[in-house]
Ligand binder design. Sequence first.
Ligand code: AMP
Length: 433
Amino acid sequence: MPTKPKTQKIQPVQRPKGMHDILPHEQPIWEKIKKNARDIAEFYNFSPIEIPLLERMELFERSVGEGTDVIEKQMFTIVAKGNEKLALRPEATAGIARAFIENGMSQLGSPLKLYLEGPMFRYEQPQAGRYREFHQLNFEILSNESDPIYDAQLMLVFTRLLESLKIKNITIKVNSIGCKNCRPGYRRKLQTYYKQKKSQLCKDCLRRLETNPLRLLDCKEEQCAPLKADAPIIVDELCTSCRNHFKSVLDYLEELKLPYALDHRLVRGLDYYSRTVFEIVVEGYGQALGGGGRYDYLVELLGGKNVPAVGFAAGMERIIDVIRLQEINLGLREKPKIFLIYIGDLAKKRSLLLIEEMRRNHIDVAESLGKESLNAQLRVADKLGSPLALIFGQKEAFEESIIIRDLKTGAQETIPLAKLAESVKKKLKEVDA
Ligand code: AMP
């Protein structure tokens, strides 16, 4: 007898490290956040924009900046056919600035307010609140003037978004990192300070000391973090124009009564920021929910006109973490649906048309038409928590009628099919009351 070939166990393919599926039961919270963000965007006149997930690598090298972690360590890069070097977007601002220039969007008037939601990709070591694919909500304002009122308006928008999700204990950490004129002097002071501490710096900071000294203030390494305490602070070095700008931003924040705190060590990781930088944090949660700032030179740096701008990005995964941490009830439970049950072939055949009739009458209906037995269908209805069932049997199908059953009390009545929508709506009102 021929021996049976050994069946090889097929290994399931796994998702890439640091990336997640967002399953159906998780969708309501994502939808809620997106809906609130879209409502807020609409109210404050931010128009939606979408840009490719892939951009030319040089876009990020030129904007985010060499010497930043995002460029040096976190880029997902692809070499496509024809040796085209592409990168999965690690953030959206550079792509938005690129699109602004490429599509001549300065014609659209000033200020131009843009809103983008979607996935970003960074090759990071995955941990809580830090993934390789994550989702951001981006709000950007490009205008002809570097007006501090927009910095404040963005912080307001970000705060309102979090408040709309009932998030409590918010603090906006804010700082100014100066402009082309005053930042170089500060950079030198910082370099001088840290050069004296060289022996205490981590490997990355030793490199940053030459390439991007401001980032030294951002280092989370145990050996470097304490050195921040005595480092020179930038507000002492700001030029008059940056000082006035920062003062106005703070005046607006006061006027708006927003919960802000000065943080002289806040620099943010990306190179293109100028003047105002900010992050929003929440008590008891270790990471920023989002951050942003002014990027007055970015459009020019990428080959466009001088168009000052300011923006922020909020991280959706972290917002969800905080909603869970603060045990916030957003009332996300889906409304239970009417459940349609059939018995017999004739009724089954007509079921899809019955559902169509419900659709025409804006009545939500659930079913498990693939199951034959009444009990099996009732079990699904029970699992869904449906308040009412419509039972369509052989007899009813012949008589052009249907049974409506209250699944809680078991009370039921037969109604003519001609009055289906009207009767269901009436019954729904009764069970809702
Ligand atoms: P950044 O551009 O680094 O300032 O990021 C802005 C916001 O995006 C952060 O405050 C986070 O909420 C979110 N974010 C950035 N990187 C990640 C990541 N790797 N995983 C999850 N969220 C992230």
